[in-house]
Design a binder for this molecule. Structure first.
Ligand code: NAI
Length: 325
């Protein structure tokens, strides 16, 4: 029986992986995968990791040393993996798509929240405060959504925007034809959009794609939604844009330095990341802990594809979801 070291395991992961385990011995570890924890994979033939596990040179060497030949990423993104270094040492596969709708729907939920301030209304009425002062939103109908990245999630988000009667502009270096949607250059999208939603991967080109200069090109009073990767946005520049009113509201499911905080209960700890603390003081920021993917359908699909990747690897069958440098 093949043994798999499963890092950063949460109760919902165990539940969905155990439900359809085709016959692997899975050893679940709560801890993140890093150079200190990689030796836990001793005697395992594969490891399974998630978005905030750090798969750098040291970790790759350690996993190989412990006997792993395969790393099954149970996520779509792989910006946390040193693919170049892994080449020829550790084969890596991912789950390219599990539910684009889960992420797109959550992105829109963030937009509705920061626009209509339901997060504040919830807290107010719990406290028997039925005042509407400072809860004014804007109609989304007739407004323009700018979608950066028109892959699976971007396209699902566009359909939701269209359902709300919004106009849609898109920017993608590999544009696709989408009915009723206009593909434009990035600067035009920034200048004309009331809502900007990020749906591109994190790459050297997209790192800080929303930086101080980008904020100067945006309409005053626009909304920024990021459910992709934190480092797409320069957080310092976002804080300035929030302070000077360029951004009317920000919905963030990801954060540049999320790895040491997200998915964990830090409520009893001192948060030493001042930018994160500052973001959380803003009433017009809704920040969630990388949960956009978290639906029953997506968790089941993640488990299914991860097992398919493991099965293909151990049976020496074509590995359709392999990630290459
Ligand atoms: P996808 O691969 O289907 O689409 C990505 C699109 O981004 C492609 O059309 C690509 O051409 C485009 N792109 C690449 N470089 C670009 C650039 N410089 N500017 C604009 N567009 C660019 O990926 P998918 O499935 O739509 O996922 C998008 C991102 O969502 C992932 O990379 C991941 O970071 C994030 N994600 C977040 C989750 C969450 O729970 N918050 C869950 C799953 C994915």
């Amino acid at each position: 029986m093949k043994k798999i070291a499963f890092f950063d395991a949460k109760p919902y992961d165990r539940q969905h992986f155990d439900a359809i385990n085709p016959g692997y011995r899975i050893v679940y570890y709560d801890v993140h995968l890093n150079k200190d924890t990689a030796p836990l994979a001793r005697g395992c033939q594969a490891a399974c990791a998630f978005v905030n596990d750090e798969v750098d040179k040291d970790v790759i060497d350690a996993l190989v040393e412990e006997g792993c030949t395969f790393l099954a990423l149970r996520c779509a993104g792989f910006s946390n993996v040193d693919l170049q270094y892994a080449k020829g040492k550790l084969t890596i596969a991912r789950v390219p798509a599990y539910s684009p709708h889960a992420v797109a729907e959550f992105a829109f939920a963030l937009l509705l929240t920061v626009n209509r301030k339901t997060h504040k209304a919830y807290i107010r009425t719990r406290d028997f405060n039925f005042s509407l002062v400072n809860l004014i939103g804007t109609d989304l109908y007739g407004k323009t959504a700018g979608v950066i990245g028109t892959g699976r999630i971007g396209q699902a988000f566009i359909q939701i925007c269209k359902g709300f009667g919004m106009n849609v502009l898109t920017y993608d270096p590999h544009p696709v034809q989408i009915d009723g949607v206009q593909a434009v250059e990035l600067d035009e999208l920034l200048a004309k959009s009331d809502v900007i939603s990020l749906h591109c991967p994190l790459t050297p080109e997209t790192r800080h794609i929303i930086d101080a200069e980008a904020f100067t090109k945006m309409k005053v009073g626009s909304f920024l939604i990021n459910t992709s990767r934190g480092a797409l946005v320069d957080t310092g520049a976002l804080l300035c844009a929030l302070n000077n009113g360029i951004i009317r509201g920000a919905g963030l499911d990801v954060y540049e330095e999320e790895a040491q905080y997200f998915y964990e209960d830090k409520s009893e700890k001192i948060i030493t990341d001042d930018k994160l603390s500052l973001l959380l003081t803003k009433p017009n920021v809704m920040l969630s802990s990388h949960q956009a993917y978290l639906t029953e359908e997506a968790l089941s699909a993640i488990a299914r594809t991860t097992y398919e990747n493991l099965d293909a690897w151990f049976a020496s069958k074509p590995l359709v979801n392999e990630v290459h440098a």
